[in-house]
Each structure stands twice: as C-alpha cells, then as structure tokens.
Design a protein around this ligand. Structure first.
Ligand code: ACO
Length: 387
C-alpha cells in the first residue's frame, strides 16, 4: 500500500500550486493582484486594464491596450447559432437563478465555438480561448435575462467598455456613468481572491487539458453552491425584511437569538475588516446623489443596519470578530445600479471568470494533471473476490 500524506479537512492551509496572479493576506486585511493592492486597482483602473494585469502582469497587456480592448469587443459578440439556443435555455428555466442558466449557456457556447482542448493548443490559442469565453459571459447573461422576459436582444455596440456594454445590452440603453463606474469597481474587486473553491475547480479541469468552456462551466458550478457564490441577494432580502431603521435592533436581536446568521458579516479568511467591504461602502455612498428615492432609502438603511449589526455581533460574540464582508455592500451596489436581483450571483461569476481565465492559463503551463488520492475506508475485498 502506498503511503498517503495527511492534509486538513477541506485542504485548509494546504498550498496545492504556485501562482503569480494574486494573494490574500487575511490577518492583514489585504489582498492584491500581481503585487498591486486590488482595492486601489478598482479605484483607479478599468476592468480591461485589470484583466490584462492578471493575464500578462501589465495593465497595458502583452498585445497592447488598444488591441486587447478591441479583442474583447469582438469576443463578446454572440456567435450566430447561439441566440436560438439561448432562447431555449431561458424558456426552459423553472427557477429564477440566472447562474444556472449561465452555466448551461457557457457550455452551449463552447460547443458553438468548436473550442479545441487546451492541451492541444499553443499559449496563444489557449489565451485566445479563455479570454473569449470569459468575455462572452456578460453578453450571454444579458441575453438570457432579456429572452426570459420576452424582450428582444439588444444589438451590440463597439464604442463601449466592457462594463458599460454589459449594462447596455441588459437594459437596451446606455447606463449613467456613475453606475458604470460603481459596477466596474465591484467587478474589479472580485475578479480574484486567492485559491477559492471555484478557482481551484477551474484549475483542476484545466489540468486535464479540457477546453476553455469546460473550465469556466466547472468554475460556475463550484460558485453556484451556497457556501461560495452568493449572499448579495440574501443581503438585500435581509434589508427588505428589516424594513426600517426603527425595527432593525429588534430584528437583529431576534435573528441572532434564533441562532441564524446575519448575511454579509463574517469571513473564512479575514478576521478583521474585509478590504472589499470598505471599498464598496465608499462606492455605494458615492452613488447616493444620483440614486432614485428607493436607492437612497436602501443605502441609508444599509449604512444604519451595518452599524447596528456590528454592535450586536460584538456584544454576542466578543470571542470571535465578525465584521462586514464583501457581500453586504455588493448586494446594495448592484441593486442601486439597477441590476435585477436574480442576476447578482451570475454577475459575480462574470467577474470571477476573468480571474479564472488567468488561472486556467497559468495552470496549463504546467503539463501535470491534478490527481490527488483518497483513503479507502470501506470494507476490504474478500479473498474470493480478489482471487
Ligand atoms: N452572523 C452570526 N453569527 C455568525 C456569522 C454571522 N454572519 N458568521 C459566523 N457566525 C458565528 C457562527 O455561527 C459560529 O458560531 P459557533 O462558534 O457558535 O458555531 C462562529 O461565528 C464561527 O462561524 P464559522 O462558520 O466557523 O466561520 P467561518 O469563518 O468558517 O465562516 C462565513 C465564514 C461562512 C462567511 C460565515 O461568517 C457566514 O456564514 N456569514 C454569513 C453569510 C455570508 O455573509 N456569506 C458571504 C461570505 S463572503 C464570500 O463568500 C465572498
């Protein structure tokens, strides 16, 4: 019998790969992309620049910033055979979570694009394929949403950046600049975050040499689980349930008394502040001037509930720092910029797919399949069965 190496449950703290893409320093409340503070990148750079940084280590991109932006503009166009397939996927949906529809649509897109296994491609073709699939995702999502609501597809425009284009093909009209900037900050701040479950999953599939769409479908599948992908819509639901600042203390006390969790608080890695929550709080506050009455009321309620929730958590759990996490203001931000709630988790996937594209590319440079072992704990084979 070969000797097995013991690892902690869930591989917690086990380094399973080398990466030069980014890192999370939980105890410092800090994370970065290729050595640059990620929240600072979100404040000062476009999504295209940050994508290039993740792929190539340079905001200017290896192929030049103009060429990269222009590549994204053509990559995000729906290939001809896709719209009828998307209409069928949207029509066949029995639920309201767009993430599952997106997973199916990315798989269909991979077939339509006739992608070849990454194993067979050169560095250039692998890069082209992963970027194309990730660039297509916002268009797929917007199309699924519109078709599911009986609306026509919006013809693409080539004069808009990636984030503005997502909002445009979703709504059919250009979004206010403040909304584009705010959503851009959210997307940039969530493109990558260490070796999370979906990034690891996408890399495992990449290590088998499968095609780019297969790696992204796997990433989405991992992200779709409730432990990973998505509290933002639950945060907005919680704020709806709380209803008013006056009722917040009682609602929070009752919820904690029942042993339920407050959505948007606590984090598996950060013990102090989650730097993304501060960035998004600042961004949401910057939206107040241009928000409608409903949006303003939501921001006001969120800010008040955050303070009350932090106080309630500190009182009940003095042993365990439970601070605001990224999801608290992510939900508020997406709501204020007008994204339908059922698109929140899928919009997170649109961001994370950019990180997956860089990770998949990095993984494929190492031609080694990820193939761990398991300890067999079932009954031993009987002598007769083995003979
Ligand atoms: N509200 C109330 N109590 C909480 C909360 C919370 N939000 N978070 C943790 N606790 C309590 C737990 O009940 C547990 O109590 P116990 O020791 O009496 O059992 C203790 O704090 C530790 O909880 P764990 O689940 O072990 O903490 P962990 O760090 O592994 O979990 C997690 C992190 C899953 C994010 C958790 O804090 C949580 O469920 N938060 C609410 C959901 C949420 O906001 N999810 C989004 C996370 S951000 C992201 O995924 C990108």
């Amino acid at each position: 019998m070969s000797t097995l190496i013991e690892v902690p449950a869930g591989l917690a703290g086990v380094a399973v790969a080398d990466t030069a893409i980014g890192d999370v320093r939980g105890s410092e409340g800090f994370y970065h992309y290729r050595g640059v503070d990620a929240t600072e990148l979100a404040r000062t750079n476009s999504l295209e620049q940050v994508w290039a940084l993740l792929l190539d280590g340079d905001v200017g991109s290896a192929e030049g910033p103009k060429d990269f932006a222009s590549r994204l503009r053509s990559d995000r166009l729906l290939p001809d055979p896709l719209p009828p397939l998307l209409a069928a996927i949207a029509a066949g949906s029995a639920g309201d979570d767009a993430l599952n529809l997106l997973r199916t649509a990315v798989s269909a897109a991979g077939t339509t694009l006739a992608l070849r296994p990454l194993w067979d491609g050169s560095e250039d073709t692998r890069r082209r394929d992963v970027v194309q699939v990730a660039a297509l995702m916002p268009t797929l999502l917007a199309a699924l949403h519109r078709l599911g609501n009986g609306q026509d597809l919006v013809p693409p425009r080539d004069d808009l950046g990636h984030v503005a284009h997502y909002l445009y093909v979703l709504r059919g009209e250009p979004a206010p600049e403040a909304h584009v900037d705010a959503l851009s900050r959210y997307l940039i701040s969530t493109v990558d975050h260490g070796f999370n479950a979906s990034t690891f999953t996408a890399r495992v599939v990449a290590s088998t040499g499968a095609d780019a769409a297969a790696t992204m479908v796997a990433g989405i599948a991992a992200l779709s689980g409730p432990l990973h992908g998505g509290a933002p819509s639950r945060v907005v639901q919680m704020l709806d349930d709380i209803g008013s600042i006056q009722g917040a203390d009682q609602w929070l006390a009752d919820t904690l008394e029942r042993g339920d969790r407050l959505m948007g608080f606590g984090h598996a890695v950060y013990r102090g502040r989650d730097p993304r929550s501060e960035l998004l709080r600042e961004t949401v506050l910057g939206l107040v001037d241009t928000a409608d009455d409903r949006g303003r009321a939501l921001v006001e309620l969120a800010v008040a509930v955050e303070q009350k929730a932090l106080a309630a958590l500190a009182e009940r759990r003095p042993d365990r720092p439970l601070m605001t996490n990224v999801e608290f203001y992510a939900g508020v931000l997406m709501d204020v910029v007008g994204l339908p709630r059922e698109l929140f988790s899928a919009t997170f996937a649109v961001a994370r797919a950019i990180g997956w594209s860089a990770h998949v590319l990095e993984q494929t440079r190492d031609r080694k399949i990820v193939r761990p072992a398991a300890r067999y704990v079932g009954p031993q084979p009987s002598a007769t069965a083995v003979s």
